[in-house]
Design a protein around this ligand. Structure first.
Ligand SMILES: [Zn+2]
Length: 270
């Protein structure tokens, strides 16, 4: 992956960023929408583009450091956001168990509270459980009190369910400002972003999702990087979201890379 170091001017960042969005599709739905708006207001939007880069681009360190992926080519972390999902999380657990692979699940607090047995099942299978906020709100725009409450309440709920502290946090949409990561660390949470994402939440074909991610994984591998892959087993707006394409894409990636790569949970990268 090319360096994500901060550019000397926002215009340069913005152009590079738009190119990456078009080719890689690594941004969350919120970020994609914001960039569409910025693009429409090109010229006047350079400062906004710089802010958006810092607050939404997963590789940006302007608003604090986060765990993405180390220089370990051949290692892959499958991470799953927005669950638990009553139908698709269990299916995903079966698929991971077939390959004896451990993944990382960034859970929403309010969904976890409604399905404690499923959360325990994830933990008992050896997967890493992470905090993905209580309600999936945009923390880059939330008050400090709200940010703390979203994180603390979720960590408390998950710890109560699984009997162990939660150590990782992924901000919804990847959206943050400096206080978000600072507060996460105060609560004992390591911020985690990603470097391989496609729009699995809106793509009906598992093959297309897996193919796009494989291109990204292979590119990262060539650059000497591990891949921190995001898929969604839940939907933050819909508790019953159909995540069959995402879950089947995970199965395709497992089939494709099990022999040549090592699947890890983000625990391995601390
Ligand atoms: Zn999410």
């Amino acid at each position: 992956m090319r360096s994500n170091a901060v550019c000397g001017c926002f215009a340069g960042c913005f152009v590079r960023l738009r190119r990456r969005i078009l080719t890689v599709g690594m941004l969350s739905p919120l970020a994609t929408g914001i960039y569409a708006g910025i693009s429409a207001a090109a010229g006047a939007g350079l400062a906004a583009g710089g802010f958006a880069y810092a607050s939404l681009w997963p590789g940006s360190r302007l608003f604090g450091r986060a765990l993405t992926a180390p220089a370990r080519p051949g290692e892959l972390a499958l991470t799953f956001d927005d669950g638990p999902n009553a139908v698709w999380t269990p299916r995903l657990l079966e698929i991971l168990a077939e390959r004896n692979v451990r993944g990382t699940f960034f859970l929403l607090g309010h969904r976890a509270a409604a399905q404690p047995k499923l959360v325990r099942r994830i933990a008992t299978a050896g997967h890493t459980i992470g905090n993905h906020s209580w309600s999936h709100c945009n923390l880059s725009r939330a008050s400090t009190a709200r940010i703390r409450e979203e994180m603390r309440r979720t960590s408390d709920e998950l710890q109560q369910i699984v009997g162990a502290p939660v150590r990782f946090f992924r901000p919804p949409f990847g959206a943050r400002r400096p206080v978000v990561f600072r507060m996460a660390r105060e609560l004992g949470l390591e911020p985690v972003l990603w470097n391989a994402m496609t729009s699995d939440w809106s793509t009906p074909s598992a093959e297309h999702i897996a193919e796009r991610l494989a291109k990204r994984i292979d590119a990262l591998n060539r650059r000497g990087r591990a891949a921190n892959i995001v898929l969604h087993d839940g939907g933050h707006r819909d508790a019953t979201a159909n995540r069959e394409p995402s879950v089947l894409a995970a199965r395709l990636l497992l089939a494709r890379y099990t022999a040549s790569h090592r699947f890890v949970s983000v625990d391995a990268w601390r």
